[in-house]
Design a binder for this molecule. Sequence first.
Ligand code: NMX
Ligand code: MLT
Length: 471
Amino acid sequence: MVFMRSFSVLSKIRSRLAHQSTGLGSVRWLQIQSASDLDLREQLKELIPEQQDRLKKLKSEHGKVELGKISLDMVIGGMRGMTGLLWETSLLDPEEGIRFRGLSIPECQKVLPAAVPGGEPLPEGLLWLLLTGKVPNKDQVHSLSKELQSRASVPDYVYKSIDALPVTSHPMTQFASGVMALQVQSEFQKAYEKGIPKARYWEPTYEDSLNLIARVPVVAAYVYRRVYKGGQIIRADESLDYGGNFSHMLGFDDPRMLELMRLYVTIHSDHEGGNVSAHTAHLVGSALSDPYLSFAAALNGLAGPLHGLANQEVLLWIKSVVEECGQNITTEQLKEYIWKTLNSGKVVPGYGHGVLRKTDPRYVCQREFALKYLPDDPLFQIVSKLYEVVPPILTQLGKVKNPWPNVDAHSGVLLNYFGLSEARYFTVLFGVSRSIGICSQLIWDRAFGLPIERPKSVTMDWVESFCKRDA
Ligand code: NMX
Ligand code: MLT
Protein backbone atom coordinates (compact mmCIF):
# COMPACT_ATOMS: atom_id res chain seq x y z
CA MET A 1 0.00 0.00 0.00
CA VAL A 2 1.37 3.41 -0.90
CA PHE A 3 0.35 6.47 1.10
CA MET A 4 0.71 9.99 -0.21
CA ARG A 5 0.06 13.42 1.19
CA SER A 6 0.88 17.01 0.36
CA PHE A 7 2.88 18.50 3.21
CA SER A 8 2.24 22.15 2.35
CA VAL A 9 -1.52 21.60 2.56
CA LEU A 10 -0.99 19.57 5.69
CA SER A 11 0.79 22.30 7.55
CA LYS A 12 -1.94 24.79 6.62
CA ILE A 13 -4.70 22.53 7.90
CA ARG A 14 -2.58 21.54 10.88
CA SER A 15 -2.35 25.08 12.16
CA ARG A 16 -6.11 25.51 11.65
CA LEU A 17 -6.85 22.30 13.47
CA ALA A 18 -4.54 23.11 16.33
CA HIS A 19 -6.31 26.44 16.61
CA GLN A 20 -9.80 24.90 16.41
CA SER A 21 -9.38 21.98 18.73
CA THR A 22 -7.60 23.42 21.72
CA GLY A 23 -9.53 21.04 23.94
CA LEU A 24 -8.00 18.10 22.14
CA GLY A 25 -4.39 19.26 22.26
CA SER A 26 -2.26 19.81 19.20
CA VAL A 27 -1.93 17.57 16.16
CA ARG A 28 1.06 15.29 16.48
CA TRP A 29 2.12 13.87 13.16
CA LEU A 30 5.46 15.67 12.98
CA GLN A 31 6.67 14.20 16.26
CA ILE A 32 8.98 11.21 16.32
CA GLN A 33 6.80 8.17 16.63
CA SER A 34 6.74 5.71 19.46
CA ALA A 35 4.89 2.39 19.39
CA SER A 36 1.98 3.99 21.26
CA ASP A 37 1.67 6.71 18.59
CA LEU A 38 0.68 3.92 16.21
CA ASP A 39 -1.77 2.36 18.63
CA LEU A 40 -5.24 3.87 18.34
CA ARG A 41 -6.41 2.44 21.66
CA GLU A 42 -3.40 3.97 23.47
CA GLN A 43 -4.11 7.31 21.82
CA LEU A 44 -7.70 7.18 23.02
CA LYS A 45 -6.66 6.16 26.51
CA GLU A 46 -4.61 9.36 26.68
CA LEU A 47 -7.42 11.52 25.30
CA ILE A 48 -10.33 10.22 27.33
CA PRO A 49 -9.47 11.72 30.76
CA GLU A 50 -8.97 15.21 29.32
CA GLN A 51 -12.25 15.02 27.38
CA GLN A 52 -14.09 13.67 30.44
CA ASP A 53 -12.80 16.66 32.43
CA ARG A 54 -13.87 19.00 29.64
CA LEU A 55 -17.43 17.63 29.71
CA LYS A 56 -17.55 17.71 33.51
CA LYS A 57 -16.47 21.37 33.47
CA LEU A 58 -19.07 22.24 30.81
CA LYS A 59 -21.78 20.59 32.89
CA SER A 60 -20.80 22.24 36.17
CA GLU A 61 -20.22 25.74 34.69
CA HIS A 62 -22.92 25.88 32.01
CA GLY A 63 -25.31 23.04 32.79
CA LYS A 64 -28.30 25.36 33.07
CA VAL A 65 -27.65 27.35 29.86
CA GLU A 66 -30.66 27.11 27.49
CA LEU A 67 -29.71 25.87 24.02
CA GLY A 68 -33.06 26.69 22.40
CA LYS A 69 -36.81 26.68 22.80
CA ILE A 70 -39.14 23.79 22.10
CA SER A 71 -42.33 24.51 20.17
CA LEU A 72 -45.29 22.22 19.55
CA ASP A 73 -44.36 22.24 15.84
CA MET A 74 -41.04 20.68 16.77
CA VAL A 75 -42.66 18.01 18.91
CA ILE A 76 -45.05 16.91 16.17
CA GLY A 77 -42.61 17.70 13.37
CA GLY A 78 -40.01 15.01 13.91
CA MET A 79 -38.03 17.11 16.43
CA ARG A 80 -36.67 19.15 13.52
CA GLY A 81 -34.35 21.93 14.69
CA MET A 82 -34.40 20.71 18.28
CA THR A 83 -30.93 20.38 19.80
CA GLY A 84 -31.03 17.25 21.90
CA LEU A 85 -27.90 15.15 21.49
CA LEU A 86 -24.20 15.29 22.17
CA TRP A 87 -22.33 13.93 19.11
CA GLU A 88 -18.60 14.55 18.95
CA THR A 89 -17.46 13.01 15.69
CA SER A 90 -19.11 15.35 13.18
CA LEU A 91 -21.29 18.44 12.87
CA LEU A 92 -23.69 19.39 10.06
CA ASP A 93 -24.17 22.96 8.91
CA PRO A 94 -27.37 23.47 6.85
CA GLU A 95 -25.58 25.63 4.28
CA GLU A 96 -22.10 24.16 4.26
CA GLY A 97 -22.70 20.47 4.91
CA ILE A 98 -20.79 18.01 7.02
CA ARG A 99 -17.51 18.53 8.87
CA PHE A 100 -15.76 15.52 10.32
CA ARG A 101 -14.07 16.72 13.53
CA GLY A 102 -13.98 20.19 12.02
CA LEU A 103 -12.79 19.14 8.55
CA SER A 104 -14.94 19.50 5.43
CA ILE A 105 -14.94 16.78 2.76
CA PRO A 106 -12.49 18.68 0.45
CA GLU A 107 -10.19 19.20 3.46
CA CYS A 108 -10.35 15.49 4.30
CA GLN A 109 -9.51 14.73 0.68
CA LYS A 110 -6.43 16.90 1.05
CA VAL A 111 -5.09 15.83 4.42
CA LEU A 112 -6.06 12.21 4.98
CA PRO A 113 -3.59 9.63 3.65
CA ALA A 114 -4.52 8.09 0.30
CA ALA A 115 -3.66 4.83 -1.43
CA VAL A 116 -2.61 6.50 -4.68
CA PRO A 117 -0.99 9.90 -5.30
CA GLY A 118 -3.66 12.60 -5.11
CA GLY A 119 -6.27 9.90 -4.60
CA GLU A 120 -9.28 9.53 -2.36
CA PRO A 121 -8.88 9.35 1.43
CA LEU A 122 -8.47 5.98 3.11
CA PRO A 123 -11.47 5.30 5.39
CA GLU A 124 -9.08 4.03 8.08
CA GLY A 125 -7.71 7.58 8.24
CA LEU A 126 -11.20 8.93 8.72
CA LEU A 127 -11.85 6.41 11.50
CA TRP A 128 -8.70 7.64 13.27
CA LEU A 129 -9.81 11.24 12.80
CA LEU A 130 -13.35 10.61 14.06
CA LEU A 131 -12.13 8.77 17.13
CA THR A 132 -9.29 11.05 18.16
CA GLY A 133 -10.03 14.39 16.52
CA LYS A 134 -6.53 14.26 15.03
CA VAL A 135 -5.36 13.82 11.47
CA PRO A 136 -3.36 10.59 11.38
CA ASN A 137 -0.11 10.18 9.50
CA LYS A 138 0.44 7.44 6.95
CA ASP A 139 2.09 5.11 9.48
CA GLN A 140 -0.81 5.40 11.86
CA VAL A 141 -3.26 4.68 9.06
CA HIS A 142 -1.18 1.75 7.88
CA SER A 143 -1.07 0.36 11.40
CA LEU A 144 -4.86 0.73 11.77
CA SER A 145 -5.37 -0.93 8.40
CA LYS A 146 -3.36 -3.94 9.58
CA GLU A 147 -5.19 -4.00 12.89
CA LEU A 148 -8.56 -4.09 11.15
CA GLN A 149 -7.33 -6.93 8.94
CA SER A 150 -6.28 -8.88 12.01
CA ARG A 151 -9.78 -8.50 13.48
CA ALA A 152 -11.70 -9.43 10.32
CA SER A 153 -12.42 -13.11 10.86
CA VAL A 154 -16.11 -13.99 10.80
CA PRO A 155 -17.41 -17.14 12.53
CA ASP A 156 -19.12 -19.75 10.42
CA TYR A 157 -22.47 -19.43 12.20
CA VAL A 158 -22.76 -15.86 10.87
CA TYR A 159 -22.77 -17.17 7.30
CA LYS A 160 -25.18 -19.92 8.33
CA SER A 161 -27.59 -17.43 9.86
CA ILE A 162 -27.60 -15.51 6.58
CA ASP A 163 -28.00 -18.75 4.61
CA ALA A 164 -31.10 -19.53 6.68
CA LEU A 165 -32.86 -16.63 4.94
CA PRO A 166 -34.29 -16.94 1.42
CA VAL A 167 -31.74 -15.69 -1.11
CA THR A 168 -34.46 -13.35 -2.34
CA SER A 169 -34.67 -11.54 1.05
CA HIS A 170 -33.70 -7.91 0.84
CA PRO A 171 -29.88 -7.56 1.14
CA MET A 172 -30.37 -5.19 4.10
CA THR A 173 -32.33 -7.90 5.94
CA GLN A 174 -29.53 -10.38 5.30
CA PHE A 175 -26.87 -7.87 6.32
CA ALA A 176 -28.62 -6.86 9.55
CA SER A 177 -29.14 -10.55 10.40
CA GLY A 178 -25.42 -11.17 9.85
CA VAL A 179 -24.57 -8.27 12.18
CA MET A 180 -26.92 -9.69 14.83
CA ALA A 181 -25.12 -13.04 14.54
CA LEU A 182 -21.75 -11.28 14.99
CA GLN A 183 -23.09 -10.08 18.36
CA VAL A 184 -22.50 -13.55 19.83
CA GLN A 185 -18.84 -12.51 20.21
CA SER A 186 -19.54 -9.24 22.03
CA GLU A 187 -16.77 -8.35 24.47
CA PHE A 188 -18.95 -5.70 26.08
CA GLN A 189 -21.68 -8.18 26.92
CA LYS A 190 -19.13 -10.57 28.48
CA ALA A 191 -17.45 -7.82 30.48
CA TYR A 192 -20.78 -6.44 31.69
CA GLU A 193 -21.90 -9.87 32.85
CA LYS A 194 -18.65 -10.10 34.85
CA GLY A 195 -19.34 -6.72 36.46
CA ILE A 196 -16.88 -4.35 34.75
CA PRO A 197 -16.89 -0.89 36.45
CA LYS A 198 -18.59 1.94 34.57
CA ALA A 199 -15.31 3.85 34.17
CA ARG A 200 -14.02 1.01 31.98
CA TYR A 201 -17.10 0.52 29.78
CA TRP A 202 -15.35 2.19 26.86
CA GLU A 203 -12.69 -0.53 26.70
CA PRO A 204 -14.85 -3.51 25.62
CA THR A 205 -16.92 -1.04 23.56
CA TYR A 206 -13.71 -0.17 21.72
CA GLU A 207 -12.95 -3.87 21.14
CA ASP A 208 -16.46 -4.59 19.85
CA SER A 209 -16.42 -1.48 17.68
CA LEU A 210 -13.11 -2.23 15.99
CA ASN A 211 -14.13 -5.87 15.50
CA LEU A 212 -17.46 -4.80 14.05
CA ILE A 213 -15.93 -2.25 11.68
CA ALA A 214 -13.39 -4.88 10.55
CA ARG A 215 -16.02 -7.59 10.01
CA VAL A 216 -18.94 -5.79 8.36
CA PRO A 217 -17.29 -5.62 4.91
CA VAL A 218 -16.77 -9.39 5.03
CA VAL A 219 -20.43 -9.99 5.94
CA ALA A 220 -21.61 -7.44 3.37
CA ALA A 221 -19.48 -8.99 0.61
CA TYR A 222 -20.85 -12.41 1.56
CA VAL A 223 -24.41 -11.13 1.11
CA TYR A 224 -23.54 -9.66 -2.29
CA ARG A 225 -21.84 -12.79 -3.58
CA ARG A 226 -24.63 -14.99 -2.19
CA VAL A 227 -27.45 -12.99 -3.76
CA TYR A 228 -25.92 -11.99 -7.07
CA LYS A 229 -22.93 -14.24 -7.82
CA GLY A 230 -24.17 -17.74 -7.02
CA GLY A 231 -22.41 -17.84 -3.65
CA GLN A 232 -18.88 -17.68 -5.10
CA ILE A 233 -17.01 -16.03 -2.25
CA ILE A 234 -13.82 -14.00 -2.81
CA ARG A 235 -11.19 -14.07 -0.07
CA ALA A 236 -9.72 -10.90 1.37
CA ASP A 237 -6.56 -9.47 -0.21
CA GLU A 238 -4.37 -8.47 2.73
CA SER A 239 -2.17 -6.27 0.59
CA LEU A 240 -5.13 -3.92 0.22
CA ASP A 241 -6.59 -1.25 2.48
CA TYR A 242 -10.10 -1.36 4.01
CA GLY A 243 -12.02 0.23 1.10
CA GLY A 244 -9.90 -1.38 -1.61
CA ASN A 245 -10.27 -4.82 -0.08
CA PHE A 246 -14.02 -4.37 0.31
CA SER A 247 -14.30 -3.66 -3.41
CA HIS A 248 -12.09 -6.68 -4.11
CA MET A 249 -14.24 -9.01 -1.96
CA LEU A 250 -17.33 -7.79 -3.79
CA GLY A 251 -15.61 -8.79 -7.04
CA PHE A 252 -14.48 -5.41 -8.40
CA ASP A 253 -10.75 -4.94 -8.94
CA ASP A 254 -10.68 -1.99 -11.33
CA PRO A 255 -8.37 0.53 -9.57
CA ARG A 256 -10.94 3.27 -10.26
CA MET A 257 -13.60 1.25 -8.44
CA LEU A 258 -11.21 0.81 -5.50
CA GLU A 259 -10.87 4.57 -5.39
CA LEU A 260 -14.63 4.99 -5.59
CA MET A 261 -15.10 2.61 -2.66
CA ARG A 262 -12.58 4.56 -0.55
CA LEU A 263 -14.45 7.78 -1.30
CA TYR A 264 -17.83 6.15 -0.78
CA VAL A 265 -16.95 4.65 2.61
CA THR A 266 -15.37 7.91 3.75
CA ILE A 267 -18.25 10.24 2.88
CA HIS A 268 -21.14 8.03 4.08
CA SER A 269 -19.54 7.33 7.46
CA ASP A 270 -21.06 10.02 9.64
CA HIS A 271 -23.63 12.83 9.41
CA GLU A 272 -23.82 14.16 12.97
CA GLY A 273 -26.07 12.45 15.49
CA GLY A 274 -29.69 13.20 14.63
CA ASN A 275 -30.10 11.18 11.44
CA VAL A 276 -32.21 8.05 11.87
CA SER A 277 -29.38 5.49 11.83
CA ALA A 278 -26.94 7.39 14.06
CA HIS A 279 -29.63 8.44 16.50
CA THR A 280 -30.97 4.89 16.70
CA ALA A 281 -27.55 3.47 17.55
CA HIS A 282 -26.99 6.19 20.15
CA LEU A 283 -30.41 5.53 21.72
CA VAL A 284 -30.07 1.74 21.78
CA GLY A 285 -26.48 2.02 23.03
CA SER A 286 -27.65 4.24 25.88
CA ALA A 287 -29.40 1.18 27.36
CA LEU A 288 -25.90 -0.38 27.43
CA SER A 289 -26.80 -2.61 24.51
CA ASP A 290 -23.44 -3.50 22.95
CA PRO A 291 -22.21 -2.03 19.63
CA TYR A 292 -23.51 -4.98 17.59
CA LEU A 293 -27.04 -4.61 18.97
CA SER A 294 -26.90 -0.85 18.56
CA PHE A 295 -25.54 -0.96 15.02
CA ALA A 296 -28.00 -3.66 13.88
CA ALA A 297 -30.83 -1.41 15.12
CA ALA A 298 -29.31 1.48 13.17
CA LEU A 299 -29.27 -0.64 10.01
CA ASN A 300 -32.99 -1.24 10.31
CA GLY A 301 -33.50 2.54 10.27
CA LEU A 302 -31.07 2.96 7.40
CA ALA A 303 -33.16 0.46 5.41
CA GLY A 304 -36.08 2.93 5.23
CA PRO A 305 -36.76 4.66 1.86
CA LEU A 306 -36.63 8.18 3.34
CA HIS A 307 -33.16 7.43 4.77
CA GLY A 308 -30.47 5.09 3.35
CA LEU A 309 -32.69 3.11 1.00
CA ALA A 310 -33.04 6.27 -1.09
CA ASN A 311 -29.81 5.27 -2.90
CA GLN A 312 -31.59 2.14 -4.18
CA GLU A 313 -34.66 4.15 -5.11
CA VAL A 314 -32.63 6.70 -7.10
CA LEU A 315 -31.02 4.18 -9.45
CA LEU A 316 -34.28 2.26 -9.91
CA TRP A 317 -36.03 5.56 -10.66
CA ILE A 318 -33.37 6.68 -13.16
CA LYS A 319 -33.53 3.29 -14.87
CA SER A 320 -37.31 3.54 -15.09
CA VAL A 321 -36.92 6.96 -16.72
CA VAL A 322 -34.58 5.42 -19.30
CA GLU A 323 -36.93 2.52 -19.86
CA GLU A 324 -39.84 4.86 -20.54
CA CYS A 325 -38.09 7.63 -22.47
CA GLY A 326 -34.78 6.17 -23.68
CA GLN A 327 -31.25 7.34 -22.87
CA ASN A 328 -31.38 10.55 -24.90
CA ILE A 329 -34.14 11.95 -22.80
CA THR A 330 -35.02 15.60 -23.36
CA THR A 331 -35.44 18.16 -20.59
CA GLU A 332 -39.17 18.32 -21.33
CA GLN A 333 -39.55 14.54 -21.02
CA LEU A 334 -37.63 14.61 -17.75
CA LYS A 335 -39.85 17.35 -16.36
CA GLU A 336 -42.93 15.33 -17.31
CA TYR A 337 -41.54 12.23 -15.61
CA ILE A 338 -40.81 14.16 -12.41
CA TRP A 339 -44.36 15.55 -12.33
CA LYS A 340 -45.73 12.07 -12.99
CA THR A 341 -43.76 10.80 -9.97
CA LEU A 342 -44.97 13.63 -7.76
CA ASN A 343 -48.57 13.36 -8.92
CA SER A 344 -48.59 9.67 -8.09
CA GLY A 345 -47.86 10.65 -4.47
CA LYS A 346 -44.20 9.67 -4.48
CA VAL A 347 -41.16 11.73 -3.53
CA VAL A 348 -38.30 12.43 -5.95
CA PRO A 349 -35.63 10.21 -4.41
CA GLY A 350 -32.23 11.74 -3.72
CA TYR A 351 -33.60 15.26 -3.29
CA GLY A 352 -34.39 17.13 -0.09
CA HIS A 353 -33.00 16.86 3.42
CA GLY A 354 -34.03 17.22 7.03
CA VAL A 355 -31.18 19.64 7.84
CA LEU A 356 -29.26 20.62 4.69
CA ARG A 357 -30.49 23.66 2.76
CA LYS A 358 -27.96 23.54 -0.09
CA THR A 359 -26.53 20.88 -2.40
CA ASP A 360 -25.00 18.14 -0.24
CA PRO A 361 -21.17 18.33 -0.43
CA ARG A 362 -21.24 14.53 -0.60
CA TYR A 363 -23.14 14.94 -3.89
CA VAL A 364 -20.58 17.49 -5.08
CA CYS A 365 -17.55 15.26 -4.48
CA GLN A 366 -19.25 12.34 -6.21
CA ARG A 367 -20.02 14.62 -9.16
CA GLU A 368 -16.34 15.58 -9.28
CA PHE A 369 -15.45 11.89 -9.27
CA ALA A 370 -17.85 11.30 -12.18
CA LEU A 371 -16.45 14.25 -14.15
CA LYS A 372 -12.98 12.75 -13.72
CA TYR A 373 -13.74 9.09 -14.47
CA LEU A 374 -17.04 8.79 -16.36
CA PRO A 375 -17.95 12.15 -17.91
CA ASP A 376 -19.67 10.56 -20.91
CA ASP A 377 -21.69 7.94 -19.06
CA PRO A 378 -25.33 8.25 -20.20
CA LEU A 379 -26.72 7.76 -16.68
CA PHE A 380 -24.36 10.40 -15.30
CA GLN A 381 -25.68 12.73 -18.02
CA ILE A 382 -29.19 12.11 -16.67
CA VAL A 383 -28.04 12.77 -13.09
CA SER A 384 -26.57 16.07 -14.31
CA LYS A 385 -29.76 16.99 -16.14
CA LEU A 386 -31.81 16.17 -13.03
CA TYR A 387 -29.65 18.64 -11.07
CA GLU A 388 -30.94 21.38 -13.39
CA VAL A 389 -34.54 20.21 -13.63
CA VAL A 390 -35.57 18.89 -10.19
CA PRO A 391 -34.85 21.87 -7.88
CA PRO A 392 -37.14 24.37 -9.69
CA ILE A 393 -39.96 21.80 -9.72
CA LEU A 394 -39.61 21.00 -6.02
CA THR A 395 -39.46 24.73 -5.29
CA GLN A 396 -42.67 25.17 -7.28
CA LEU A 397 -44.40 22.69 -4.93
CA GLY A 398 -44.04 25.35 -2.27
CA LYS A 399 -43.62 22.99 0.66
CA VAL A 400 -40.20 21.38 0.13
CA LYS A 401 -37.66 23.03 2.42
CA ASN A 402 -34.61 21.89 0.47
CA PRO A 403 -34.97 21.29 -3.27
CA TRP A 404 -31.30 20.32 -3.71
CA PRO A 405 -29.76 16.86 -4.18
CA ASN A 406 -28.47 14.78 -1.27
CA VAL A 407 -25.78 12.08 -1.15
CA ASP A 408 -28.09 9.41 -2.57
CA ALA A 409 -28.83 11.29 -5.79
CA HIS A 410 -25.40 10.39 -7.12
CA SER A 411 -23.90 7.25 -5.66
CA GLY A 412 -25.85 4.68 -7.70
CA VAL A 413 -24.73 5.75 -11.16
CA LEU A 414 -21.07 5.65 -10.09
CA LEU A 415 -21.38 2.10 -8.78
CA ASN A 416 -23.45 1.10 -11.80
CA TYR A 417 -20.73 2.39 -14.16
CA PHE A 418 -18.16 0.03 -12.65
CA GLY A 419 -20.54 -2.95 -12.81
CA LEU A 420 -22.13 -2.87 -9.37
CA SER A 421 -25.56 -2.41 -10.84
CA GLU A 422 -27.77 -4.23 -8.32
CA ALA A 423 -29.64 -1.29 -6.76
CA ARG A 424 -31.22 -3.37 -3.98
CA TYR A 425 -27.71 -3.89 -2.60
CA PHE A 426 -26.70 -0.23 -2.38
CA THR A 427 -27.93 0.48 1.14
CA VAL A 428 -25.67 -2.30 2.44
CA LEU A 429 -22.68 -0.26 1.21
CA PHE A 430 -24.05 2.77 3.07
CA GLY A 431 -24.36 0.57 6.17
CA VAL A 432 -20.76 -0.64 6.02
CA SER A 433 -19.60 2.95 5.89
CA ARG A 434 -21.92 4.15 8.66
CA SER A 435 -20.42 1.59 11.07
CA ILE A 436 -17.36 3.87 11.23
CA GLY A 437 -19.17 6.96 12.48
CA ILE A 438 -21.66 5.16 14.69
CA CYS A 439 -19.08 3.02 16.46
CA SER A 440 -16.67 5.93 16.95
CA GLN A 441 -19.38 7.85 18.76
CA LEU A 442 -20.51 4.80 20.76
CA ILE A 443 -16.99 4.55 22.21
CA TRP A 444 -17.17 8.19 23.29
CA ASP A 445 -20.72 7.70 24.65
CA ARG A 446 -19.37 5.05 27.01
CA ALA A 447 -16.20 7.03 27.79
CA PHE A 448 -18.39 9.98 28.83
CA GLY A 449 -20.68 7.71 30.83
CA LEU A 450 -23.72 9.18 29.08
CA PRO A 451 -26.98 8.07 30.68
CA ILE A 452 -29.88 6.11 29.23
CA GLU A 453 -31.82 8.28 26.76
CA ARG A 454 -35.36 8.97 27.91
CA PRO A 455 -37.08 12.10 26.54
CA LYS A 456 -40.53 13.09 27.81
CA SER A 457 -43.57 12.48 25.63
CA VAL A 458 -47.00 14.06 25.97
CA THR A 459 -50.56 13.40 24.78
CA MET A 460 -52.86 15.74 22.81
CA ASP A 461 -54.97 16.13 25.99
CA TRP A 462 -51.86 17.28 27.79
CA VAL A 463 -50.95 19.73 25.01
CA GLU A 464 -54.51 21.13 24.87
CA SER A 465 -54.63 21.88 28.58
CA PHE A 466 -51.07 23.22 28.52
CA CYS A 467 -51.96 25.61 25.68
CA LYS A 468 -55.17 26.74 27.46
CA ARG A 469 -53.11 27.47 30.56
CA ASP A 470 -50.71 29.51 28.41
CA ALA A 471 -53.47 31.53 26.63
N1 NMX B 1 -39.86 14.93 -3.35
C1 NMX B 1 -41.16 15.25 -3.09
N2 NMX B 1 -41.57 15.82 -1.97
C2 NMX B 1 -40.65 16.13 -1.06
C3 NMX B 1 -39.29 15.87 -1.25
C4 NMX B 1 -38.90 15.24 -2.45
N3 NMX B 1 -37.64 14.91 -2.70
N4 NMX B 1 -38.60 16.29 -0.17
C5 NMX B 1 -39.52 16.80 0.69
N5 NMX B 1 -40.75 16.68 0.15
C6 NMX B 1 -42.03 17.03 0.78
C7 NMX B 1 -42.21 16.19 2.03
O1 NMX B 1 -42.67 14.88 1.70
C8 NMX B 1 -43.21 17.03 2.80
O2 NMX B 1 -44.47 16.84 2.22
P1 NMX B 1 -45.80 16.69 3.14
O3 NMX B 1 -45.84 17.93 3.97
O4 NMX B 1 -46.90 16.59 2.14
O5 NMX B 1 -45.61 15.47 3.97
C9 NMX B 1 -42.74 18.44 2.48
O6 NMX B 1 -42.01 18.36 1.25
C10 NMX B 1 -41.86 19.06 3.54
O7 NMX B 1 -40.75 18.22 3.78
P2 NMX B 1 -39.34 18.81 4.22
O8 NMX B 1 -39.54 19.51 5.51
O9 NMX B 1 -38.74 19.57 3.10
O10 NMX B 1 -38.47 17.49 4.38
P3 NMX B 1 -38.35 16.53 5.66
O11 NMX B 1 -37.31 17.08 6.56
O12 NMX B 1 -39.68 16.25 6.24
O13 NMX B 1 -37.84 15.18 4.97
C11 NMX B 1 -36.50 13.92 3.46
C12 NMX B 1 -36.52 15.07 4.48
C13 NMX B 1 -35.05 13.64 3.09
C14 NMX B 1 -37.11 12.67 4.11
C15 NMX B 1 -37.32 14.35 2.21
O14 NMX B 1 -36.71 15.45 1.61
C16 NMX B 1 -37.48 13.22 1.19
O15 NMX B 1 -38.44 12.43 1.32
N6 NMX B 1 -36.56 13.12 0.17
C17 NMX B 1 -36.59 12.05 -0.76
C18 NMX B 1 -36.01 10.78 -0.13
C19 NMX B 1 -34.52 10.90 0.05
O16 NMX B 1 -33.78 11.28 -0.84
N7 NMX B 1 -34.04 10.50 1.26
C20 NMX B 1 -32.59 10.44 1.49
C21 NMX B 1 -32.09 11.43 2.55
C22 NMX B 1 -30.61 11.27 2.72
N8 NMX B 1 -30.26 10.00 3.37
O17 NMX B 1 -29.45 9.28 2.89
O18 NMX B 1 -30.80 9.68 4.43
C1 MLT C 1 -27.47 10.83 6.50
O1 MLT C 1 -26.37 10.74 5.95
O2 MLT C 1 -27.70 10.28 7.59
C2 MLT C 1 -28.59 11.53 5.78
O3 MLT C 1 -28.12 12.57 4.99
C3 MLT C 1 -29.77 11.87 6.63
C4 MLT C 1 -29.59 12.93 7.68
O4 MLT C 1 -28.52 13.47 7.91
O5 MLT C 1 -30.63 13.24 8.31
